[in-house]
Ligand binder design. Structure first.
Ligand code: GLY
Ligand code: MN
Length: 240
């Protein structure tokens, strides 16, 4: 179930290339002054123009403090220059899904605090990618992400002021295939974590959603998500 054939991986690859293209186009939009719903409409128009007829899940657009919401449904909220904009979207190609999240500063530059958190998450994602091997499971990759996040956070004013479960309340990875959260099975019949094998496709999506820490980081929500496939020789990132 978790292992995809070459043909299936190819369909996921194409779905990932298409959503990467959409994300790239979205970056050309000036977010400031637009509502989240207008951003969603812009995305929907792009997708329609690309002749894509099925989303993998409803488009998520969360700006400002709404980036703290894991699955923010776009609203009439107008995006301000200092806001972050979290966009999480996926589409289907011949039934197979993609899933990709980017978080951008609406006005084009991160504040100091936003940049610190962005870099911490980027590093956590890279630490996970560097650890991918056939001895790992999605559970162990999650531990690697959490440890990386905590190590970096402890070098900031957030040290001693956060609970990682509260500011990172979701898992780092899920399988992807015909469903965006494909076959919710992460342990085998012997109750052991499923180890990574060639043909397995999954997301790597660390994030932080910071609130109630009484620091200048409160209100920052950032997630970075890419899709990876395990290959014979290592792994390939399918989104870019
Ligand atoms: N990107 C949506 C999700 O993973 O739930
Ligand atoms: Mn996901």
């Amino acid at each position: 179930m978790n292992i995809k054939s070459k043909e299936e991986v190819n369909k996921i690859r194409i779905a990932c290339q298409l959503i990467s293209k959409v994300h790239k186009q979205v970056l050309k939009l000036n977010f400031v002054g637009q509502s989240e719903l207008q951003i969603k409409k812009y995305i929907m128009d792009l997708i329609t123009d690309m002749d894509i007829d099925e989303l993998a899940f409803p488009i998520i657009v969360g700006s400002g403090v709404r980036s703290l919401i894991l699955h923010a449904e776009p609203t009439e909220k107008i995006v301000c220059a200092n806001d972050l904009v979290l966009i999480d979207m996926g589409l289907k190609f011949e039934g197979y899904c993609s899933d990709m999240t980017r978080t951008w500063p609406a006005g084009g530059t991160f504040s100091n605090e936003q940049k610190i958190i962005y870099d911490i998450i980027k590093k956590a994602q890279q630490d996970v990618l560097n650890s991918i091997s056939k001895n790992q499971s999605l559970f162990s990759l999650h531990e690697i992400a959490k440890n990386s996040l905590c190590r970096s956070l402890d070098l900031t004013d957030l040290k001693g002021r956060y609970d990682i479960q509260k500011i990172y309340p979701h898992k780092t990875s899920h399988w992807i295939g015909l469903d965006v959260h494909d076959g919710n099975v992460y342990i085998d019949e012997k109750n052991q974590p499923i180890l990574l094998q060639s043909g397995m496709c999954f997301t790597v999506e660390p994030g932080l959603y910071i609130q109630n820490t009484d620091t200048k980081f409160d209100g920052i929500g950032i997630r970075i998500e890419d899709v990876v496939v395990i290959t014979e020789s290592g792994f390939e990132i399918l989104t870019a």
